[in-house]
Ligand binder design. Structure first.
Ligand code: ASP
Length: 436
């Protein structure tokens, strides 16, 4: 039987009502064998996530302040879930241990991790699945980095003995036995790590959205969800600011070529988004998504016969390297070279860059333009579809937006367009409308 690993985010487990939905989802498919829960998240817009309350509790305790009130609130949230689910367990002993641990400085990560730990205990009881403490199977090195290979070895051995299990997200253990967490939203990482160790056929990541969207909904009105996206497309979009899964949570499943399916706990029948290694399926929209970021600077060097001068680009880039400035793009003409960097670096190093570029590369002129936005139009379908670029530029022109820069990667997976910061939103909407 194929194995599915299912990870549920905080809003999917915010209260008893959500726990019920989660249990229904798990029980509706026997392949959903390994379950990775987050800590209870927000129930309503001004609510506070359990993880944030635990960080706060730790902060108060480390200043020697009383944590009785806040800890009671945390207990109540879990006890309400237990009561409403009519479960026969009591977490009282756990609460005492955790409170003492926090007061006795077991660590900030220990405090935060207890959100997932308790949520896992409740879910395991409700589902009648065994509970595996992540501290037994997720390992960090002494320097705090995640030990991916050792974890995979121990975890895959362990999981062989289990038909089903609940494994709390977000934390693991250091060689000295202290609890260590992944970065915020790290249950996604645990889900991916478990998927790899279990040899899952799919990693289902359940959230409160029916998948990734073609564009940022704060900029583009009602963007459509993406059905299928490749890891490489997702990397392009996330680099350009799209809020998708964190790279760390993709890596373990990416190397194992396990697809991720982003699903909606509040609308389980929606297909959601599949994130895959490779697909022959081309979106009917041709493009997969658009993303962009504001506030870049273009530094353009012009020099007669530049293209015949060996080592020119190298000398220019060495100047940027010296000041540890990352460049985003490097469009070139025959006698011009433009370097695109973020505006903060540009403003900080402008004078010194001019001086050094002049000294090292001796260009005829150097120009500095700020307030550039970059928009990435990403789609594996672009290689095979004629006229994509024409559609992008027609849409931008019709919206009366001036294109300041164009860069198409040789992979033809994306087209990058530079526009004025003032035109950013307008251009994004226009491009989206042309394809969606
Ligand atoms: N509960 C943790 C957080 O709020 C981890 C997670 O939810 O993924 O960051």
């Amino acid at each position: 039987m194929d194995t599915k690993v299912v990870k549920f985010g905080g809003t999917s487990l915010a209260d008893a009502f959500q726990f019920k939905k989660v249990a229904d989802i798990i029980k509706s498919d026997p392949q959903r064998r390994f379950v990775v829960p987050s800590a209870p998240g927000n129930r309503f817009s001004n609510d506070i996530k359990i993880t944030d309350m635990l960080y706060k509790t730790y902060e108060l305790a480390s200043k020697g302040e009383d944590i009785t009130d806040i800890f009671e609130q945390i207990k109540n949230r879990y006890n309400d879930i237990i009561k409403e689910l009519a479960l026969n367990i009591s977490l009282d002993i756990e609460f005492v241990k955790i409170k003492n641990g926090i007061i006795n400085k077991a660590g900030r990560d220990y405090a935060a991790s207890r959100g997932e730990y308790l949520s896992g205990l409740i879910l395991a009881d409700y589902l009648k699945f065994p509970f595996i403490d992540s501290a037994e199977i997720v390992f960090f090195n002494n320097n705090g980095t995640f030990d991916a290979e050792f974890t995979n070895k121990i975890m895959s051995e362990k999981l062989k003995n289990y038909e089903k299990a609940v494994i709390p997200g977000f934390y693991g253990v250091m060689p000295n036995g202290t609890i260590k967490t992944f970065p915020r939203n790290g249950s996604d990482i645990t889900g991916a790590v478990v998927s790899r160790a279990a040899g899952a056929s799919v990693y289902e990541n359940w959230t409160d959205m029916s998948g990734l969207l073609m564009a940022d909904p704060r900029i583009v009105k009602d963007p459509k969800p993406i059905d299928i996206i490749t890891y490489r497309e997702m990397r392009e979009l996330s680099y350009m600011g799209a809020q998708v899964l964190h790279q760390d949570s993709i890596f373990p499943v990416r190397i194992a070529k396990i697809p991720i399916n982003i699903k909606n706990t509040n609308n389980p029948s929606a297909n959601g988004t599949f994130i895959v290694h490779h697909t022959e399926v081309i979106s009917e929209n041709v493009i997969t998504g658009i993303a962009g970021r504001k506030s870049f600077v273009v530094i353009t060097l012009e020099k007669d016969m530049m293209n015949a001068e060996i080592g020119f680009v190298k000398r220019v880039l060495e100047v940027f390297e010296k000041y540890n400035i990352n460049f985003e793009h490097l469009p070139t003409g025959i006698d011009t070279l433009s370097i695109i960097i973020n505006e903060q670096d540009g403003e900080t190093y402008k004078d010194i860059l001019f001086k050094e570029l002049q000294a090292k590369a001796n260009p005829d002129s150097i120009e500095y333009q700020k307030s550039l936005s970059l928009i990435a139009v990403v789609g594996r379908g672009m290689i095979r579809t004629k006229g994509t670029a024409a559609r992008v530029f027609r849409a931008i022109a019709d919206a009366d937006v001036n294109v300041r820069m164009i860069d198409q990667g040789s992979s033809e997976l994306n087209i990058i367009i530079g526009v004025n910061d003032n035109d950013f939103e307008k251009a994004m909407q226009a491009i989206y409308n042309a394809f969606a």
